[in-house]
Ligand binder design. Structure first.
Ligand SMILES: Nc1nc2c(c(=O)[nH]1)N[C@H]1C(S)=C(S)[C@@H](COP(=O)(O)O)O[C@H]1N2
Ligand SMILES: [Mo]
Length: 264
């Protein structure tokens, strides 16, 4: 509890209290803790009001997301957003061949660009974690994710000192109809990318990751909201700016008004 109070003081010290007064006014630290358990309230009241640095001060760099037990997995991971990108020819062909030709690429501001087949990823030391996925649409799901720590892949590629962010590029496209289709992408800072629970996941609830949930590989960033959990990832790009992607806000949903940090 003392740690939380200290962090609140730091938050106030950072001058974010004005913007965050909706949350802070009239609620003691227990209410404030409670708010962290409600992703929707969290998102609406906090995410777009506190600055990134204030959220970072509050959450802490190394804080782990809560992990759950097997008995707390109540149902399969509810598919949401894109659930079948087989309208994209490249993806359809990969899926038809069991992802034999799939490569996960690490590019951009790295010393050694890398690519990994699915089999190579599956043969690396893996981490399994049971965590809760919180979608801003107002639902949560506890699921078991298995994958390679992203830190390992980034270490192998050797991130250059000028890199500031990690962009995750996906096969699926959003929109269409009247608006031009836009490839789904999102991004994180390096703290989240190197976080011990951030994995390139190829397993879900003890089986291969299904198409509906992002096969063959999706990234799990466990302290972020659902839209920061990119599915169908083909390329991980180290950058110092988002300017050249989409509308420059660091992600498909971020380009459409969602908070960039999306932390919980
Ligand atoms: N490539 C891609 N990743 C995505 C999305 C998407 O539409 N395309 N939707 C996001 C949102 S809003 C949520 S809640 C989760 C849903 O993941 P799930 O289908 O495994 O539940 O994926 C996120 N990642
Ligand atoms: Mo979501």
């Amino acid at each position: 509890m003392s740690r939380l109070i200290l962090n609140r003081r730091r938050l106030l010290g950072l001058g974010a209290a004005g913007a965050g007064s909706l949350v802070l006014a009239g609620c003691d630290q227990f209410d404030f803790l409670g708010a962290r358990n409600d992703p929707v309230r969290n998102f609406l009241e906090r995410a777009n009001q506190l600055t990134y640095s204030a959220q970072r001060a509050l959450v802490g760099e190394q804080a782990l997301a809560k992990e759950f037990s097997e008995s707390e997995i109540r149902q399969g991971q509810r598919p949401n957003g894109s659930t079948d990108p087989r309208n994209i020819e490249l993806y359809r062909d990969l899926e038809a061949s069991g992802f034999a030709a799939y490569k996960l690429r690490i590019i951009g501001l790295v010393e050694t660009p890398k690519e990994y087949s699915l089999a190579e990823l599956q043969n690396m030391p893996a981490r399994t974690q049971i965590t809760r996925h919180d979608c801003v649409e107002g639902w949560s799901c506890i699921a078991k994710w298995t994958g390679v720590p992203l830190s390992r892949l980034l270490d192998e590629a050797k991130v250059q000192p000028t890199a500031k962010f990690v962009v995750y590029h996906c096969y699926d496209q959003m929109g269409g109809g009247l608006s031009a289709p836009e490839a789904y992408y999102t991004s994180s800072d390096l703290i989240d990318a190197f976080h011990p629970q951030t994995i390139a996941a190829f397993g879900l609830n003890g089986a291969a990751l299904p198409v509906a949930n992002g096969a063959p590989v999706r990234i799990r960033i466990e302290r972020a909201l659902g839209y920061k959990q990119p599915k169908y990832v083909h390329t991980i790009e180290l950058v110092d700016s988002f300017a050249k992607f989409g509308m420059g806000q660091g992600g498909y949903w971020e380009d459409h008004g969602y908070d960039w940090y999306g932390g919980i």
